[in-house]
Design a protein around this ligand. Structure first.
Ligand SMILES: Cc1cc2nc3c(=O)[nH]c(=O)nc-3n(C[C@H](O)[C@H](O)[C@H](O)COP(=O)(O)OP(=O)(O)OC[C@H]3O[C@@H](n4cnc5c(N)ncnc54)[C@H](O)[C@@H]3O)c2cc1C
Length: 542
């Protein structure tokens, strides 16, 4: 069937916005990987019933679909499918907040609800809760991020762990609800993740088994007190400090959020002006260290958000100063009150460079407070020859080049040091700035996040960044480490190279649910049908 015919069948759905191939290409093809896919069109449903009708039509006409929530999966593929020739199902117009349960601390929402939407709702209704913010910022979907197993720094660090319940449209058009829902126990459903019987909600995360149209997530109440502890660390104390981080995380549990360890390059990317970063090549080590010295930036900084009842803040603060004391010359403790005081004083000295740093610290503090903002986004612009917009940043549209590399690393000083050392060496040899952050998603697991930032206009850099990525993957696998999220190019290649029962099982489930393979082919699994395999040819037929 030709593309216009394909799309015309969807026009039967009343009120459905249908974008033709050219419109869909214009809206969705740009991405920070600098890659491309042939997109056959796009559909923008408003209701679950629209989604049901879409999959029924897709099955009838053998049309491949790719669904996302807001499609801001920057650094992993953005809005692009894993394979060519899909029609996009953009759920960003489904924006209902269905229930906010203040007493039990959960919210039920649709995929189009962004961090900013939830924040506005909380403010408007004067609710004492925090948005599960991420560095990706205000325009990103709460559900999309959670389904892709994203994480943040507020105490609900692991966003899929915080997803208590969901509803999904299966590839045959039926609606999946949990066993509790089907037994008429909607109340139990929203408060207990594991339900009764086989746990099936989990199969909808990082998969292609259904389109999630609603979910309930745990949401954290604002703490009585919020503080941020920062310790500056020399490389020689790195291993010891990692073991202190593990201890602190174990001791204080959810009274602290995700602990971040950031290296010099990453810290400098947050505070140094864009003009200091060369668009091609990397800042020479010597020069970077001179700049860092001038700004008082250490080898590593440990950043800990503390969320406590009033009476515990002071003993926790004392404990952190005591634990990190012998290994850190400079330690800071920030509260909103202290930051405001510093900002008031600095108003009298508007030209001091420290203003810039304090402004960044303030915005980062807002993220800890559950207030979404764009503070982390400039990172994606580091090698972008075009100017950094002041607001409404969109790394895809603004021409940023970014590929995330993010293996899980044990909170073990010796392994973490070996890993970070190797990453730095490989990145530098490939002329990619080695910006490293390790975030605790538990007392035993660091999610490393290493943005491989490049100039998307430069073809040679686009190739180099994948060479660097592949070397990093091989190096980490030798250490027994692997990422928990992958970009669409790597997914496509990787799953074709491995054969094992676990991947066969994933495919068998896929075949049972989606015999024609219409939904998001190749998403974190092999493609079932060779016709679905990625190809760059454009023959204009589905
Ligand atoms: C500077 C920067 C900082 C970042 N910081 C963070 C961070 O702190 N934490 C973090 O986790 N990420 C971060 N990211 C990565 C990414 O941008 C975010 O994870 C973002 O939230 C993902 O985009 P989205 O929310 O629009 O999800 P989407 O793109 O909508 O969803 C992601 C994927 O999930 C699947 N999916 C989504 N919705 C559905 C659905 N309803 N049904 C079925 N499948 C679905 C699709 O396969 C989709 O490709 C960062 C990116 C940048 C550039």
């Amino acid at each position: 069937m030709s593309t216009p015919q394909t799309l015309s069948s969807f026009k039967e759905i009343e009120g459905l916005e249908v974008l033709d191939q050219a419109q869909a290409h214009e809206k969705y093809h740009r991405n920070t990987l600098g890659t491309s896919r042939i997109i056959r069109g796009a559909l923008r449903p408003r209701r679950t019933e629209d989604v049901q009708k879409i999959v029924v039509i897709a099955n009838k006409h053998n049309i491949k679909l790719f669904a996302f929530s807001t499609g801001h999966n920057w650094g992993f593929g953005s809005s692009l499918p894993t394979v060519d020739d899909c029609v996009i199902v953009d759920l960003s117009g489904m924006k209902r907040i269905v229930e906010f349960n203040e007493a039990l601390g959960y919210v039920t929402l649709e995929p189009g609800v962004t961090q900013q939407d939830l924040y506005d709702y909380i403010v408007k209704n004067n609710l004492p809760f925090m948005v599960p913010t991420t560095g990706a910022g205000p325009t990103c979907s709460i559900i999309g991020n959670a389904l892709e197993r994203g994480y943040g720094l507020t105490p609900n660090i692991d966003h899929f762990a915080a997803m208590l319940a969901l509803e999904a449209v299966l590839p045959n058009g039926q609606i999946y609800r949990s066993s509790f829902q089907e037994f008429g126990a909607g109340r139990s459903d929203k408060i207990y993740k594991w339900k009764i019987g086989p746990y099936l909600d989990g199969i909808f995360s990082q998969s292609n088994y259904g389109i999630v149209t609603q979910a309930t997530i745990e949401i954290t109440r604002k703490p009585e007190h919020l503080g941020q502890f920062i310790a500056f660390i020399d490389q020689k104390n790195f291993q010891k400090v990692v073991s202190i981080v593990a201890g602190v995380k174990e001791r204080f549990g959810t009274m602290i959020g995700g602990v971040n360890l950031m290296n010099t390059h990453r810290l400098m990317a947050m505070v140094e002006k864009k003009k200091e970063w060369q668009v091609n090549g990397i800042v020479p080590e010597q020069h970077l260290h001179e700049l860092a010295k001038k700004r008082g930036i250490p080898d590593w900084a440990v950043l800990i958000g503390i969320y406590t009842p009033k009476e515990l803040m002071s003993p926790m603060k004392k404990h952190l100063f005591k634990e990190f004391g012998p290994y850190s010359k400079h330690k800071l403790f920030l509260t909103r009150g202290r930051l405001s005081f510093i900002e008031k004083i600095l108003k009298f000295f508007p030209k001091l460079w420290i203003n810039r740093t304090i402004n960044t610290i303030d915005l980062a503090f807002q993220i800890l407070e559950g207030t979404p903002n764009e503070v982390a986004l400039p990172l994606a612009y580091l090698k972008n020859p075009h100017p950094l917009p002041d607001k409404n940043r969109h790394p895809d549209y603004d021409g940023c080049g970014l590929l995330w590399y993010c293996p899980l690393v044990p909170v073990d000083g010796s392994i973490a040091e070996k890993f970070t050392h190797g990453v730095k060496e490989i990145c530098v040899s490939e002329e990619i700035e080695p910006m490293i952050t390790l975030t605790t998603i538990s007392q035993r697991c660091f999610a490393s996040n290493i943005p491989l930032v490049f100039n998307r206009d430069d073809k040679e850099q686009c190739e180099r960044v994948y060479r660097c990525f592949n070397r990093l993957m091989t190096f980490a696998q030798e250490l027994g480490l692997f990422p928990d999220r992958l970009d669409i190019e790597t997914i496509r290649k990787l799953y074709d190279t491995v054969d094992a029962p676990v991947f066969d099982l994933a495919l068998k489930i896929k075949e049972a649910l989606d015999p024609k393979g219409i939904l998001s082919p190749g998403r974190y699994m092999r493609v079932k049908n060779p016709r679905d395999a990625h190809s760059k040819g454009d023959n204009n037929s589905v």
